[in-house]
Design a protein. Sequence first.
Length: 223
Amino acid sequence: MFKSMYNWIDERLDITPMWRDVADHEVPEHVNPAHHFSAFVYCFGGLTFFITVIQILSGMFLTMYYVPDIINAYASVDYLQHKVAFGVIVRGMHHWGASLVIVMMFLHTLRVFFTGSYKAPREMNWVVGVLIFFVMLGLGFTGYLLPWDNKAYFATQVGIKIAASAPYIGDYIKTFLQGGEIVGAQTLTRFFALHVFFFPGILLALLAGHFFMIRKQGISGPL
Ligand code: HEM
């Protein structure tokens, strides 16, 4: 049944060449751990992406329960964690994944750096990578406030103070992040919007560019 459905769509949209182009793309020997064990370092980018996908999926489920206002935020997370079926697992995945994805991204960046893969012709992809790096840090920072517990509240206050100490633009960054005189209701709304709309949107656009360039240029050659 699936085959005839596939053929029906293929006749109309000619989809075979699209996925064949990806599926038939050979993995070069020097990035294949089956040939050289040390080539496992080339998996770090893919693993970073894998955790990113988990973050997006688990985050989508978290937003089905999370209430982004200072009266209900903590209680909604508490309810999700203790009352909702599998809530503790989904929240746990998002919580630990948030740290793991930064570690993985860092390892990936080290691999790219030490194999000199940032050099021509891949400079633009390195720059896109640096932007991705900042967006991922932004996701971590804004997500940390959302449970609205003491740790979240005071850590965010420290974070904003650090940003505010930047020369010339510090005050602007503070106003932009805080949204008011203190870390309060407006800050939480702002961080929520940044965490679930702005940063993920920017991240997906940057990742599309990242992967487009990798496909276009191929993986960098052996050392
Ligand atoms: C969410 C974060 C990121 C994801 C999912 C990701 C994903 C990937 C993947 C799958 C590859 C293919 C090769 C490999 O897996 O090692 C790759 C290559 C590359 N990445 Fe990333 N990346 C991320 C962040 C970064 C960062 C932070 C940088 C640098 C600052 C960077 C720079 C590059 C460059 C220059 C290449 C081409 C390397 C080559 O051809 O050898 N990426 N990335």
